[in-house]
Design a protein around this ligand. Structure first.
Ligand SMILES: Cc1cc2nc3c(=O)[nH]c(=O)nc-3n(C[C@H](O)[C@H](O)[C@H](O)COP(=O)(O)O)c2cc1C
Length: 380
């Protein structure tokens, strides 16, 4: 008898991931030490904290986080940050990428990069990162706060033309896979997503954080998080954003179905369990990223995530992630279609009931009791 074994191993854009769990760009991938820790704990990949070539222009403030908790509980379900990209020197990052690849050659190391609107700068950055042996790039077109003032991040990601143009600069020199990370702060995420893919990107990552104001302090009347009494809208993440992220991943997957079936999606937003990951994969994701979840639960969470994703697969007899990727996509439709389906289902149920009642009239008393039990349980 052949032993049935589900596996989390997956090849995405030619890269071999031991599992689809990837650290999302942010504090959990902020230097070589923590990236090593992530690989040691079992993460399939790490997207490092976003870097640019001139870190001297990046100045962070404190506090830069604010949390939303379930009422009467410590559980965090929403997280706002006003953190910028890495303020560590580009040269330091290149050395650290090199040393991580030496110590952990099998971990998939993805550099998240961002630059100003300058072809020369993007090309130089891509070439210099590539030289140290990283596995892939994620283009940060989506940081929602701070950097748009320098026309970086979401300022680019909101404009499909700029997304297309910058991606094509990158693809002129990239020799490794490139994912474009999308902003959710836009009405139709598929528009910039399509432009990135048309310009040669190998995949999309979605979503980055959602622009938000965590709240207003009712004593001081100041918005939160407050820095010297003032605030700025920040990026919202954690469990609360998962339904929005799922919707956006679904929209990207449907856009990609016909013309971009070789391209991939890295699903991000509020993922904390293997069951969360399964839902993103069912809607078309190839890998899933976790950022805030790691800040709350620690790197070791990947073990439980792996176990629960495997149990889901075993329950449904899926052997690989390919066996169920996108399996739930065909079940999205229009509201008009739902109305039609429901009317048809009700009509069929009614016809069935009437047919049964007619038959029942010819049956004996015992048959009738048995059949009417079924009628009650079928009647919704
Ligand atoms: C504190 C913090 C810092 C982040 N920094 C970056 C960043 O430098 N680059 C980036 O592309 N995304 C950044 N993100 C966004 C995350 O990578 C991710 O897209 C988003 O938080 C949604 O996923 P999550 O709910 O798992 O955190 C950051 C998120 C947080 C919470």
């Amino acid at each position: 008898m052949m032993l049935y074994m589900a596996t989390l191993e997956t090849t995405v854009n030619g890269l071999k991931f031991k599992n689809p769990f990837v650290i999302g760009s942010g504090p959990p991938g902020t230097n070589a030490n923590v990236i090593r820790k992530a690989f040691d704990e079992g993460w399939g990949g790490v997207v490092a904290k976003t870097i640019s070539m001139d870190a001297s222009k990046v100045t962070n403030v404190a506090p830069r986080y604010a949390r939303m908790r379930a009422s009467g509980s410590k559980e965090v379900f929403g997280w706002e940050n006003i953190e910028l990209i890495s303020d560590r020197p580009f040269e330091t990052w290149l050395e650290e990428f090199d040393s991580v690849k030496q110590s952990h050659p099998d971990g998939i190391l993805i550099a998240s990069v961002m630059e100003e609107y300058s072809k020369e700068r993007w090309i130089e950055m891509i070439q210099r990162c590539q030289e140290v042996g990283i596995d892939a790039f994620e283009l940060n077109f989506s940081c929602p706060h701070g950097l748009p003032e320098r026309k970086m991040g979401a300022a680019m990601g909101e404009d499909p033309n700029i997304v297309g143009e910058v991606t094509s600069w990158v693809m002129e020199v990239a020799t490794i896979p490139v994912w474009a990370k999308m902003t959710p702060n836009i009405t139709h995420i598929a528009d910039p997503g399509k432009r990135a893919l048309e310009s040669g990107a190998n995949g999309l990552a979605a979503i980055n954080t959602i622009l938000s104001v965590m709240g207003v302090d009712l004593e001081t009347l100041r918005p939160q998080p407050t820095v010297e009494g003032y605030s700025v809208p920040g990026g919202y993440s954690c469990k609360a954003v998962r339904p929005i992220a799922l919707r956006m991943v679904m929209e990207l997957a449907r856009m990609m179905e016909e013309d971009f079936d070789k391209c991939t999606i890295s699903g991000i937003g509020g993922i904390e369990t293997g069951e969360d990951a399964a839902q993103f994969i069912l809607l078309g994701a190839h890998t899933v990223q976790v950022c805030t979840g790691v800040m709350i639960n620690g790197y070791s969470m990947v073990k439980e995530m792996s176990e629960s994703l495997l149990s889901f697969m075993e329950k449904h007899s899926f052997e690989t992630l390919d066996d169920f990727r996108g399996a739930s996509l065909p079940f999205f439709s229009t509201h008009a279609d739902l109305v039609e389906r429901q009317a048809k289902a009700k009509a069929e149920a009614k016809a069935r009931r009437e047919g049964m009642v007619q038959k029942d009239a010819q049956w004996s008393g015992d048959d009738f009791v048995e059949q009417s039990d079924k009628l009650v349980s079928n009647d919704d």
